[in-house]
Design a protein around this ligand. Structure first.
Ligand SMILES: Nc1ncnc2c1ncn2[C@@H]1O[C@H](COP(=O)(O)OP(=O)(O)O)[C@@H](O)[C@H]1O
Ligand SMILES: Cc1ncc(COP(=O)(O)OP(=O)(O)O)c(N)n1
Length: 518
């Protein structure tokens, strides 16, 4: 069953949202306008109600006279060829009846109704008397998109607690209204977040289940408004309900994934409607937000007993030996990862930087390991078995190198530079400048990582990461942040590994017998 669509000569469908206003911009007409625009439509808006609300809830609703609503609707309809209508909050029975009459008069080709009754925060947005009037509007809609609570109100049942129950309620509603129903799984528990397009006629779109993953974010304010507007826009463009719903759902998943990039309010924040058109990370340096994002883990690193022991010189020598031996094993892998970065680098300059960094791993940094391990522990560089953290960290780096994205690999490699420079500077600052190598047991380590040359290499690696980020696709940018987070976490665990896995715990047997105390 297809609904005819009126396409303006521009080819850009004119989508009218009839909805309430959310001054915080996450739901209602504000969300609709963003969603319609992001989904290729020209957005128009007729306001049914003014709400006072923010990301924490609704504190007031003001409904203008129904005559004025009609005046707005007529003003649009008399002038503009409407491709599709999305209806959201109706505010009162009067408003709902006014909209129903206008629909009968104008007969827009496509009507998507999101029967807004209860906000996610739990606040009622529609009084009980209006529910019957909304059901009347629903009978005139091409598609109705209730959430679990609204579905229950519409069929007069208790809210579904399982997907199967929600599907049964959706089928009952579709049959009762004689129109399509989109059952939404957003409010059900579980890792998946499916929706289902249910048609009262059956046929190819009889009960089309659209599986989706649940995005881990609290910022879901306005998902229903955004989805229904996106569906109206995509239907106006494609004239096919399954395609429209699939495209809208996939777009919304991206908007949810990017929601945490915004910083709007202290409650359930909005989704990022323009996640694919304007990625705010384009305007920020990767290193700025990745550094901010990992502040907590970095503070944990600086508070580790290992760092205190390095600073005070009280770190047991066998803990340092475990650490150095693991680090030697790590550096072998890491230098290979840097060589891979050189192979993928887009310019000769970056290629040379990574090659030189790879060499430095096996020369300058490793020199410290070689000397100390030979002198204090009678060990050779690269000897022994990798512990659990070393293995996990190396596997993570190898996976980033293997996947072949230069941007992701650079982000995975960066914390090793940056955190060592940070810890080196931090320890140096605590200890004071110019530690003579004989007076502090870990003076050589401090000198290696608090070295201005190492700081310069770190700054160059940061610059390369920022450049790679500017060139990266949205998916690559996500992968960069994930890779950076994981490497930061592994760095923390690596510094803590002597305490957790070394010195008499899970240390390799060969280090247990001949641990040397400073
Ligand atoms: N955390 C999430 N991850 C992915 N999709 C979600 C999430 N929360 C809601 N959705 C999707 O958002 C849309 C709106 O669903 P829902 O939250 O149930 O409605 P409403 O916003 O009307 O309460 C649906 O497509 C649903 O599957
Ligand atoms: C003015 C206005 N209209 C609708 C809603 C409800 O929005 P919805 O998309 O269902 O999302 P939640 O707010 O429930 O997360 C609203 N809050 N305000």
């Amino acid at each position: 069953m297809r609904t005819a669509v009126t396409t303006p000569t521009s080819g850009i469908p004119n989508i009218l949202s009839i909805a309430g206003s959310d001054p915080s911009g996450g739901a209602g007409i504000q969300a609709d306008i963003k969603s319609i625009s992001a989904n290729g439509g020209y957005a128009m808006a007729v306001v049914t109600a003014l709400t006072a609300q923010n990301t924490r809830g609704v504190t007031g609703v003001h409904t203008p006279p129904a005559e004025f609503l009609l005046q707005q609707l007529d003003a649009v309809a008399e002038d503009v060829s409407i491709s599709a209508v999305k209806i959201g909050m109706l505010g009162s029975a009067d408003m709902a009846r006014c909209v129903a009459r206008w629909l009968d008069d104008v007969r827009p080709p496509v009507v998507v109704l999101d029967p807004v009754m209860v906000a996610t925060s739990g606040a009622r947005l529609l009084d009980d008397d209006a529910v019957r009037a909304v059901i009347d509007v629903a009978r005139r809609a091409s598609l109705v998109t209730p959430n679990i609570a609204e579905l229950a109100v519409l069929i007069g049942a208790e809210p579904a607690t399982s997907w199967a129950e929600a599907l049964a309620q959706g089928s009952a509603l579709a049959a009762q209204l004689g129109t399509r129903v989109l059952v939404k799984g957003g409010h059900l528990p579980g890792e998946r977040c499916p929706d289902a397009l249910i048609s009262p006629q059956g046929g190819p779109e009889g009960a089309l289940i659209l599986d989706g993953r649940r995005v881990a974010t609290v910022n879901t304010h306005g998902t229903g408004c955004s989805l229904s507007s996106a569906i109206a826009s995509r239907y106006a463009a494609t004239a096919d309900w399954p395609t429209a719903v699939r495209e809208a759902k996939s777009w919304l998943e991206g908007a949810l994934e990017a929601a945490d990039l915004l910083d709007v309010g202290a409650g359930r924040g909005p989704v990022h409607h323009f996640h694919s058109a304007v990625d705010p990370r384009m305007h920020q340096r990767f290193t700025d937000f990745a550094w901010r994002d990992t502040t907590a883990v970095r503070n944990e690193i600086l508070a580790l007993p290992f760092v205190a022991g390095l600073t005070e010189g009280t770190l047991p020598a066998d803990d340092f030996a475990y650490y150095l031996q693991q680090d030697a094993l790590y550096l072998r892998e890491y230098s290979g990862v840097l060589a891979r970065a050189a192979a993928l680098a887009p310019s000769e300059d970056e290629q040379l930087f990574w090659l030189s960094a790879a060499t430095s791993c096996l020369q300058t940094e490793a020199e410290l390991h070689r000397t100390w391990l030979a002198r204090e522990a009678g060990k050779r560089f690269g000897e022994g078995e990798a512990g659990p953290v070393t293995r996990a960290y190396c596997d993570h780096l190898a996976a980033a190198a293997g996947r072949g994205s230069y941007a992701e690999l650079v982000a995975a490699a960066l914390p090793c530079f940056w955190l060592y420079a940070t810890v080196g500077d931090y320890v140096q600052e605590q200890v004071g400048d110019g530690v003579p190598s004989g007076s502090h047991p870990y003076a050589d380590w401090i000198a290696t990582y608090a070295d201005p040359g190492f700081a310069a290499a770190t700054a160059r690696a940061q610059q390369i990461a920022d450049d790679a980020h500017r060139r990266a696709s949205s998916a690559e940018r996500n992968a960069m942040l994930t890779a950076f987070r994981w490497s930061t976490t592994y760095e923390r665990d690596f510094f803590d590994a002597p305490r957790v896995h070394g010195a008499g715990r899970h240390r390799p047997a060969d280090l247990q017998e001949d641990a040397v105390l400073a």
